[in-house]
Design a protein around this ligand. Sequence first.
Ligand code: HEM
Length: 134
Amino acid sequence: MFRIRFFLNLVELFIMKKFLVIVFLVLAVGVGIYFLNNKKTSSTTVSTQSNSISGYTIADVAIHNTSTDCWMIIDNNIYDLTKYQNAHPGGKMNIVNYCGKDASAEYKNRGGRGTHSMKADQLLKTYLVGTVKN
Ligand code: HEM
């Protein structure tokens, strides 16, 4: 009788231990996942911040009105075209004339020659620095 009891006690202890190990493992994995997730979230926030586009007023853009510092508004987006002007197939002056200004209409009609190509639209996107705010 005593032996059986002792044996049962042992089994009970074994089950308890196993249970505790399982609880510990579940907690450890939980904490691990929590920290990993936290790390991921904060890095996403950082990259989102660095990718975020700033808002500028029309007056802010107007300051960048020279060929060495040339910003332009096209459809409420602001582009820094300082480095592009010399590569423009339509000539440098077609860009410089609109530094610091809104050139939405001019960009769309290419000085009366019709719209720019999709390639030009894609290229334009790479010069985006902000959007117009009130
Ligand atoms: C600001 C007003 C602008 C005017 C008045 C203008 C005018 C012109 C003109 C007249 C041409 C024709 C050149 C030719 O075929 O002989 C041209 C072509 C071109 N422009 Fe502009 N442009 C302007 C802004 C821009 C901007 C901001 C970009 C891009 C960042 C750009 C990109 C191009 C490209 C890639 C072409 C080659 C043809 C095409 O792909 O459509 N232009 N542009």
